[in-house]
Design a protein around this ligand. Structure first.
Ligand code: SAM
Length: 267
């Protein structure tokens, strides 16, 4: 069997298990252990389950692909809470592995509920932070305790400002096609200081990653215009006219980080 097809089936199997585990409260121990490797028991993910169930309605349409109707505010909240749940397995590791020592100004683009930014604000209160997302997202993030500067609107149109030491793009670029991602990297490069860093958090589709990511890719295929999961190499290529890849590391089983420096720093 083709490897990628096998990964896809494994992802589908794990998603069904996630739903079964949440709804039935117990699974046979061996299956539960396999499941816990993907979604650790201590992380409760009821909204991720609801979100998956909604998306599975559209997976049935494969290989056809129709527009996904814009959900209600209730659906949007479920989507946002699912993002929040997802970040619980990685935010501690993210905060440990990224060096914030010399960061004075930080921008979080497409911050969502701001799971990483809120933690940064707690642990590094001296950093001047700016959050950017659509108005509905900003409302939910503020309810959860987001502080600092907030810019609401479409980040493709907005002025990002200048002189940031670190720009965070977490779980955002998979929603866009290559050309749009290139433009986001241009905007990031212009908004950073000469020594600034671009930090990309993503689901990458590399062999080392979990099969779950292939299901994620179906979501992008069905739900966005040209969005897709990428390998680390593909993301580095898209950034290469502006940035050089400095570091890569994992922050949980499915989530990787690429840290870029602007090309002008590498002489
Ligand atoms: C998958 S969520 C990631 C949220 C957060 N960064 C995280 O890692 O949990 C993607 C976020 O990007 C925002 N977003 C996508 N396209 C956007 C745009 N054009 N302008 C503003 N925000 C956008 C969405 O509203 C959503 O909150």
């Amino acid at each position: 069997m083709n490897d990628q097809f096998f990964d896809l089936l494994t992802g589908a199997w794990k998603t069904q298990l996630l739903i079964a585990a949440t709804e039935n409260h117990s699974l046979p121990p061996r299956i539960q252990r396999a499941q816990d490797q993907v979604y650790p028991k201590q992380v409760h993910s009821p909204n991720m389950v609801k979100q998956m169930k909604r998306m599975m309605e559209y997976w049935k349409e494969l290989p056809l692909r129709g527009p996904i109707p814009k959900g209600s505010m209730k659906d949007y909240r479920i989507y946002m809470e699912a993002q929040e749940e997802k970040a619980q397995t990685s935010k501690e590791s993210f905060l440990k592995q990224v060096d914030f020592d010399k960061v004075q100004r930080l921008l979080d683009v497409g911050g969502g509920t701001a799971p990483y930014l809120r933690e940064i604000q707690k642990q590094h209160p001296q950093i001047h932070t700016t959050y950017m997302d659509i108005e509905d997202a900003a409302i939910i993030a503020k309810e959860k305790g987001l502080k600092g500067n907030v810019i609401a609107g479409d980040f493709r149109e907005l002025d990002w400002g200048k002189e940031y030491d670190l720009i965070l793009l977490s779980q955002v670029i998979h929603m866009y096609d290559d050309e749009s991602v290139g433009k986001l990297f241009d905007k990031a490069s212009e908004a950073l200081t000469e020594k600034g860093r671009l930090v990309v958090v993503e689901h990458f589709i590399d062999p080392e990653d979990d099969a779950f990511n292939f299901l994620f890719d179906i979501n992008m295929y069905l739900g966005t215009d040209g969005g897709k999961c990428r390998t680390r190499g593909e993301v580095a290529d898209l950034a290469s006219h502006r940035f050089t890849l400095e570091r890569k590391f994992q922050i949980d089983e499915r989530t990787g980080v690429l840290e870029f420096l602007s090309c002008s720093q590498i002489t």
